[in-house]
Design a binder for this molecule. Structure first.
Ligand code: OXD
Ligand code: MN
Length: 590
């Protein structure tokens, strides 16, 4: 296979000249190709077969122990001016970055195969989709891209028709953290990644293309590329409404996207459109429409069980690639939170010893086609996408943020998103559990200056005659005993129901200076074991804590100098003033 697109043909030739592979393979995305790659990786030891009786077509990949997560400190946005990348990104001048990467890539594929991986982010027949080509020397990347994107012939045909594509060059290199860089050149629609085989650093269609590069494209083309799940909620009357929700990595997006309604919700059904990324477009009908650019899930494994996420648990019993989980004596995958079995061998291939820490890496992952999810929605293939009724922002916060808060309007919603913060997780290297500002859950992924990004969000609002309602949630508030107050998981549907009633019905809300809280009677808590004080804690605004919160948001905004849009600054000042004039408010106390 080769291509009629001259630009692509020339680029592959140039890269081959630089990296000097033994062979070049153009991926067609077929099952036969996938099988062949898996067989070769089993032979080389890059994959291990898991128990084929209990887990047919499931394989385990153990990554290098120094390569288990995204590396934000080695991820750069290379724009002409540092200001364009903003204080939210690490920046390098494009010439310097290219020089550095050329040195690293020189001869790096000697003795290896260069794979050309054409892919499409989004349904191949959707005008909202965008294509890319990843060149990689990792067969692990190829088999992951096959599950995560529309990869192969059809994507190449679209590229040949359309002419444009994002270029991504990747090599696992020596896996030396000292020789590892993930570089983005948004102006050239180009990515270069060296020295890591881990998901977010190496599957370039995902974070690098569908968020960092796409956010830049979206800014110029008038849409939004967001770190959001998309979920359809069907009520007993048979109406399905769609919500897009942004949470930082490893905060339960996958769980929310495929939840099973609680017992009290007979006749309700959840449909998964996406679990990680949404591309949102204002339409002529004045509404915001979304597609999921991905075709699979690269989900965090630990904690997945028939209790927490029955759909995910079921879908990973077959045809799944596991990365960095443990295995049982009889070679079944095992992780902390597994419903049964005992770990015999840990994620590094050592006999399991609790003294070495968790048996599965906390950021171990499953890669699986979205169609295996029992709640997979066919509209994920609809080229038009789905209309969004509500946008949800949320972080992992032990205090301050109530269970749910509604923005009074779009601008206030943008402030709630821009002010978001969350405790850090194992999805990125670095300290865990530290509260950091993570606007719209895009801190690691926004390909340009956050101040301009906030301005772009405000502009999008101006284009929407029927904008979605915006909410902020926190499933992670802790009680005096240190445990989570809200049960989470399935029960989160209760909060989603209130949101949809706010967007399309007449559910009541209590106005507070921080936003609107549900009236206690309007949030369905039937069957939940929550005391009155717990409910009050979940649904209250503590002025002292909020004062500190606003202080922290103000300091965060100050980093951007005068670039924060006036409109956002005014909204901030308005809320701050209202809070300092107000008193403690608990919705439930009314
Ligand atoms: C992911 C992440 O892999 O956010 O989705 O880290
Ligand atoms: Mn993510």
């Amino acid at each position: 296979m080769s291509t009629s697109n001259q630009e692509l043909a020339r680029w592959v030739e140039d890269v081959a000249g630089l990296t000097q592979p033994d062979r070049i393979h153009w991926c067609d995305g077929s099952e036969a190709e996938d099988r062949q790659l898996i067989e070769a990786m089993l032979a080389s030891g890059e994959l291990e077969e898991l128990n084929q009786d209990t887990h047919p077509n499931c394989y385990l990949h153990r990554s290098n122990p120094a390569d288990v997560a995204r590396v934000e400190h080695l991820t750069f946005v290379c724009t002409d001016e540092e200001e364009e990348a903003g204080p939210n990104n690490h920046w390098m001048a494009p010439d310097e970055a290219r020089r550095k990467m050329r040195e690293l890539f020189e001869g790096c594929m000697k003795g290896r195969t260069l794979y050309v991986v054409p892919y499409c982010m989004g349904p191949v027949d959707s005008p909202l989709s965008r294509c890319g080509v990843e060149i990689t020397d990792s067969p692990y990347v190829v088999i992951n891209m096959k599950r995560m994107t529309r990869m192969g012939r059809d994507a190449l045909a679209r590229i040949e028709q359309e002419g444009s594509f994002v270029r991504g060059l990747h090599s696992t290199g020596e896996l030396d953290p000292e020789r590892r860089f993930i570089m983005h050149f948004p102006q050239d629609l180009e990515i270069m990644s060296y020295g890591s085989g881990y998901g977010g650093n190496a599957l370039l269609g995902k974070k690098c293309h569908a968020l960092r590069i796409a956010s830049h494209q979206a800014r110029h083309e008038g849409w939004l590329a967001e770190h959001m799940l998309i979920v359809g909620i069907q009520n007993p009357q048979g109406e399905t409404r769609y919500i897009a929700a942004a949470f930082p990595s490893a905060c339960g997006k996958t769980n929310l996207a495929m939840l099973i309604p609680p017992e009290e919700y007979k006749g309700w059904k959840i449909w998964t459109v996406g679990d990680d990324i949404a591309w949102l477009h204002p339409r002529e009908d004045g509404r915001l429409w979304a597609i999921n650019p991905e075709a699979g899930y690269f989900g965090v494994v630990p904690g997945t069980s028939p209790k927490t996420n029955p759909n995910a648990y079921e879908m990973i019993q077959r045809d799944t690639l596991f990365t960095n989980v443990a295995v049982t004596k009889d070679n079944q995958p095992w992780w902390e939170g597994s419903p049964d079995g005992e770990p015999a061998v840990d994620w590094q291939g050592r006999p399991h010893d609790p003294a070495n820490g968790p048996a599965a890496h906390p950021n171990s992952r499953f890669t699986v086609s979205a169609r295996q999810n029992p709640s997979w929605s066919e509209v994920a293939e609809d080229p038009r996408g789905v209309p969004i009724s509500a946008i949800v922002f949320g972080g992992r916060r032990k205090d301050t943020m109530p269970l749910v808060l509604q923005a009074r309007d779009w601008d206030h919603g943008v402030l709630l998103g821009a002010g978001m913060a969350s405790e850090t997780t194992a999805a990125a290297t670095g300290k865990k559990g530290v509260v950091r500002r993570d606007p719209m859950a895009m801190k690691p992924f926004c390909g340009y200056n956050f101040a301009d990004y906030f301005g772009h969000w405000l502009d999008i609002g101006d284009k929407l005659e029927h904008p979605p309602e915006i909410f902020h949630v926190n499933w992670f508030q802790r009680g005096e005993d240190g445990g989570f107050i809200w049960p989470g998981f399935s029960e989160n549907l209760r909060v989603l129901e209130w949101m949809l009633e706010r967007a399309h019905g007449d559910a009541g809300a209590v106005e507070t200076p921080a936003g609107l809280l549900p009236q206690q009677t309007e949030l369905n808590t039937e069957g939940l074991d929550l005391s009155t004080t717990e409910l009050e804690d979940l649904l209250s605004i503590d002025p002292a804590a909020w004062d500190q919160e606003m202080e922290a948001i103000g300091e965060f905004f100050a980093q951007f100098g005068g670039r924060i849009p006036d409109r956002l600054q005014k909204e901030f000042d308005r809320v701050r003033r209202a809070l300092s004039d107000g008193e403690a408010v608990t919705a439930s106390a009314r």
